[in-house]
Structure formats: structure tokens, C-alpha cells
Write a protein that binds this ligand. Structure first.
Ligand code: GLU
Length: 495
């Protein structure tokens, strides 16, 4: 072989061995769709479960698709989700660089090595870029496949533009194994001589991923099942180089419904969108973990998992072959549960911006309003509409005062409000307990149900049929002055 092997030997020597190594390899598209987040999560879990290494690699060889700030979205999402990587562009590692555009020279060298080994060839044909990218061309007609290596090299040396294509055997079959799909065999004649290295010297994704996965010592390749059909070609590349094939874990797509994959283009939410819609990151992660994986054995009925619990529980065998349907209702159910179970201070912290969207009056304490909301919202975005009555009393109709269960109508309500007004004015202190105890004992004194007194009072101070919290809490938050003002307004409306 006329090629200097020293470079390849040095690259080989850098490859870490002995531990599970997985990589999440996103292309910087500017958002993290749900399927991508799930791939990141499963990849992380497989590494962590085995005490292995989790690597982040940025696949930016498709320069036409580059989006400004897109890698930041990746870093931010992974950090927020707690999917911390051990090696990557920002943290470095033994097989750096971890950005494909910075590995450009490597791919060219390996493409040439593959040519030398007879599994690839220089192609000088003028082909449209789309043909190059899709690999759709008639192999039998490609005269370059049969050029002698000397002749091809002479043309390269003379400066003729070229691509390097994979030389797929014309006969026989190729079999590969996937951890969830099992063995898959295809006829080689159905595979195309795909482009490995483009005219600009950049690799195609299909070449770069094999080179990188090998040079980074990746043991488990976790990715979407859209890559299943390319896997035989990857196997032939590994074989062409004489490398060990990693364990493939292809994950079925996340679907919007039985027919359609989720897609940003069709308005399906990305991770960032879900957060903007009021979902908590741990709830999203928990739900996404179960989109295509189920716990087995003793924990087969468990629904709620922290990230640490997932690390313990996750096994490749639990990954499903069938597509998973993204169900926003189910995510909402998870989210409501996570919101309810947050420590109150933490709930207050996440709820505050949403409360303040509606409650601008700083006199109304956020922590007290948050306490009313915690058990009563499914998403953070539910909040503003629930607490809008604090800042200003809504317009409401007198019919709100009529409630069968509380035994109230307009007359009863007017009577109750007239009677309770001086009591509120005279209350020595304005605490939840003081308001509560006064109302309860006053109802007893009047010989009416608590609700007969509380209902009209709550309507008067909130102007809404449904409120988080009852009359006592709302009066307390509003303060005495505002409470009295609203009760008087209620009396005026009823009178
Ligand atoms: N860059 C590819 C993507 O974002 C990664 C596929 C793979 O993990 O190999 O779809």
C-alpha cells in the first residue's frame, strides 16, 4: 500500500477502550425536537447506567443547514435537562475535536485510506449536488468505478474536481444487528455507491459518522430509525476499514398521530416550545423517557422517574420497536404531578413570573398566591388567567351570587354582605386565622351555613365563580382596605 500508515496508527492509539462510550450527535438546527431530546436522553442513560462515558459531538458538515446560535440551544437544553457530557466541544477530551467541521482533514485521509483498501473510488463525473447528497445515480453507468487507481490519482494530481464514493459489492448480502430490531439483511445490489467525500472536501454525514464513531471509541450508536436503511452501508464501511462494528440502537420515531412524525415544520412543539407552554423540564424528561421505553420487572408499573432513577432503571431491552405517539394530555398529567410535588418555595420560584404577568401590584405577596395555585394548575401557563382578579375586580353579573349548594341568591347575598361588612371593618387583626375564625363564628351566630356567608363574600372580592383559594385567603391577600372596597361594590351591585 502506498499510503503512510503512521497517521492512522496514531489516531488508533488515541481511542479509549474498556468502557461503554455513547455519543449524542445533533446537527445544529436551532431547536431540539422531542425525538432528538429522547435520543439524547437514551444515549445519556445507556452510558450512565453502565458507568460509561457520554460524549457530545456536533455534526455540522452540512454547511447549508447551519443556523446562527444553534449550538447554544444544544448546550442549554442539555444543561437544563441535566444530561451532562464527559467529553465534547466545550469540555474537550482524549479524542478532540468534537465538532465535525474541525475534523475535516481526518475524513479526507480516511477516505483515501478506503480508496487504497479498494472499498472506495474517486469519481470525476459531473453530477448535480442533489444526486450527490441522495446518492441516486445509476452505478452501472459510472465509468469511474472501474478506473485504475493510478489513472484516478493522476487526474486528482492534475487538479480535476472529484468526489469519493463507496464501492459497494455488486453481489451478495449485508447483515447488521440492531439491539431492538434484531438482525436485518439486505441485498447489496439495492445499496448505492454513496458519496463519502464531497467536492469541497467535506464528508457526507454517512461517512463522517462512521469515522467519528470509530475514532471516538463509541460502543453504542443510539439514533433515530430513519438511519436504519443506511446501516448496511455503514457496516460495509466498518468492514472495509477492518474495524469492529458498534452496537446499534435505533429508536422508532416519535409521532404526532398514527400517520405523522412530529415535526417542527408542521407546528409540533420542540423542547423549548414545551417549556414556553408551561411544562417543567423534569416532567418533560420523564414523559419523553417513556415515549418508546418501558421499565421492566418489579418497576414495570412505575410512571414517575427522576433522572437518577432512570439511570438505574434504564435498559436497552426496554426500548420499543413501535413508534410512540406524543400525547400532550399525558405530558400535562405528568406536569401537574411534578408541580404539585415541588417544595413550596420552588413552586413559588417557577410560578412567580407567571403570577406577575397578571398580578402587577407588588402589595400582593407572590408566595401566598403561589400557595393557592400549587395544587390547582397543570401547567404554569394556566396561572395568569386564574389570578387576574387580584389587580382589578372583573366585571361580573349578579347571577354569580346565586348558588344552590351554598343556599344563596341575590337577597341572601346582599343581606350577608351588609352584615359582614362592619365585622370586617372591626376585625382587630388581618390574618388568615382571624378572618377565618370571625367568619365561621359569625355564620354560627347568624344561624347560616358557612357557605352561605363565604360564597357571597368570595364573589364580591374576586368577581369570579372559580378562584384558586377561598374567601378567607383572597381577603387576606387583598388586604383590609381593598376587601372592604370590593364588598361595598358588591352591595351596590346587589342593592
Ligand atoms: N446528526 C444526526 C442527526 O442529528 C445524528 C445521527 C446519529 O446520531 O448518528 O440526526
Amino acid at each position: 500500500m502506498s499510503i503512510d500508515m503512521k497517521y492512522f496508527e496514531e489516531m488508533e492509539a488515541k481511542i479509549p477502550h474498556g468502557k461503554v462510550r455513547t455519543r449524542f450527535a445533533p446537527s445544529p438546527t436551532g431547536y431540539m425536537h422531542v425525538g432528538n431530546l429522547r435520543t439524547a436522553l437514551y444515549t445519556y442513560l445507556i452510558a450512565r447506567h453502565a458507568g460509561g462515558t457520554f460524549i457530545l459531538r456536533i455534526e455540522d458538515t452540512d454547511q447549508g443547514r447551519l443556523v446562527e446560535g444553534a449550538t447554544d440551544v444544544i448546550y442549554r437544553t442539555m444543561a437544563e435537562c441535566g444530561l451532562s457530557h464527559d467529553e465534547g466541544p466545550d469540555v474537550g477530551g482524549p479524542v478532540a475535536p468534537y465538532i465535525q467541521s474541525e475534523r475535516r482533514d481526518t475524513y479526507g485521509k480516511y477516505a483515501e485510506l478506503l480508496v487504497e483498501r479498494g472499498h472506495a473510488y474517486y469519481c470525476f463525473c459531473e453530477k448535480a449536488e442533489s444526486e450527490e447528497d441522495s446518492g441516486e445515480f445509476d452505478r452501472a453507468d459510472d465509468p469511474c468505478r472501474d478506473l485504475s487507481l493510478e489513472e484516478a490519482k493522476a487526474r486528482v494530481a492534475a487538479g480535476e474536481p472529484y468526489v469519493i464514493r463507496q464501492r459497494i459489492p455488486k453481489e451478495g448480502t449485508t447483515t447488521f444487528h440492531d439491539a431492538s430490531f434484531g438482525d436485518i439483511t439486505v441485498e447489496n445490489k439495492t445499496l448505492d455507491d454513496q458519496v463519502l467525500l464531497k467536492r469541497d472536501g467535506l464528508p457526507t454525514y454517512n461517512f463522517a459518522n462512521v469515522i467519528d464513531d470509530h475514532l471516538m471509541g463509541i460502543t453504542h450508536v443510539v439514533r433515530g430509525s430513519e438511519y436504519l436503511s443506511s446501516a448496511p452501508k455503514y457496516n460495509l464501511l466498518y468492514e472495509g476499514f477492518g474495524w469492529e462494528v458498534p452496537t446499534y440502537v435505533h429508536c422508532s420515531p416519535v409521532m404526532r398521530d398514527a400517520q405523522h412524525k412530529m415535526s417542527k415544520r408542521n407546528g409540533d412543539p420542540s423542547y423549548e416550545d414545551l417549556k414556553a407552554q408551561g411544562y417543567l423540564t423534569p416532567a418533560i424528561l420523564n414523559y419523553v423517557a417513556l415515549l418508546g421505553w418501558s421499565p421492566r420487572g418489579e418497576i414495570s408499573n412505575q410512571e414517575f422517574f427522576t433522572l437518577d432513577e432512570l439511570v438505574k432503571a434504564f435498559d436497552i431491552g426496554g426500548i420499543s420497536k413501535s413508534p410512540a405517539i406524543f400525547d400532550i394530555e399525558k405530558l400535562t398529567y405528568f406536569n401537574a404531578n411534578y408541580l404539585r410535588n415541588l417544595p413550596p418555595e420552588q413552586f413559588c420560584k417557577v410560578a412567580e413570573p407567571y403570577i406577575r404577568q397578571a398580578v402587577k401590584n407588588e402589595a400582593y405577596p407572590v408566595s401566598e398566591i403561589a400557595a393557592l395555585l400549587q395544587a390547582r394548575c397543570e401547567k404554569l401557563t394556566d396561572i395568569p388567567e386564574k389570578v387576574d382578579f387580584f389587580d382589578s375586580l372583573p366585571e361580573y353579573g349578579v347571577e354569580f351570587y346565586t348558588n344552590k349548594k351554598s343556599k344563596t341568591n341575590s337577597e341572601v347575598s346582599l343581606d350577608m354582605l351588609n352584615k359582614v361588612l362592619p365585622k370586617l371593618e372591626a376585625l382587630p387583626e388581618w390574618t388568615n386565622d382571624a378572618i377565618h375564625d370571625m367568619l365561621v363564628s359569625f355564620a354560627e351566630e347568624l344561624g347560616v351555613k358557612n357557605a352561605t356567608l363565604m360564597w357571597p363574600l368570595r364573589i364580591a372580592v374576586a368577581g369570579k365563580l372559580v378562584t384558586p383559594g377561598g374567601a378567607v385567603e383572597i381577603c387576606h391577600i387583598l388586604g383590609r382596605e381593598e376587601t372592604i372596597k370590593r364588598v361595598k361594590a358588591g352591595i351596590a351591585k346587589l342593592a
